[in-house]
Design a protein around this ligand. Sequence first.
Ligand code: ARG
Length: 243
Amino acid sequence: MKKFLCLAAGLLMIASLAACTSKKDELVMATNAEFPPYEFHEGDKIVGIDVEICQAIADELGKELVIEDMAFDSVITSVYTGKADLGAAGLTITEDRLKNINFSDPYATAAQVIIIKEDSDIASPDDLVGKTIGVQLGTTGDIYAEDIEDATLERYNKGFEAVQALLQGKIDAVIIDNEPAKVYVSQNDGLKIVDEAFTYEEYAIAIAKDNTKLLDDVNAAIKKLKDSGKLDEIVAKYISADN
Ligand code: ARG
């Protein structure tokens, strides 16, 4: 009986693995659609800059783009384990992440910024010492905030939940990427972004280490998007120059 159960469990595992691995004609994109304007829900659709970049890459490769929405801290794992072909989630290139996956050439520059209430006494990153800070779990904001002296970190599953906690006065500041920060500040009264950024970073697409073919293809597609002006067009659709 035991043997049979093991066998059955084993088969189930193989079956589910097979179901997870992407088909040849599909390009599976792992993301966390809680990150406007890069990926977010619009009605029942997931849209944004990363989605359009990956759609263009899929078109280039003659594949169908399949979006898998998941927790942010699962995005890199799912690329690492081969469940997704690529991870596109406003992912910052870091040395630590490069140990597990490859990154494409960068397609955007970004910054971690600090959101505070308008009446806050926090005026620069140095003022975060001893404060209670909200971040999205597993993001670079989370990782870098760990180094702030005497600070208490509150980790949320979604960046917007951190912003809500700030609005409710539960935390003193949120560290998050600059573009989502602008979106959240524009959608909620009484918030502002500290002028001085916390860190500067670059976004790229995550691809499994052994998938060098896809890495080359994605880099070629990104180059084409940059050279043709299509990348700028996509960005301009979601980010207006004056904000
Ligand atoms: N750039 C940050 C990082 O790589 C945050 C990205 C969050 N992205 C998302 N889709 N929620 O850690």
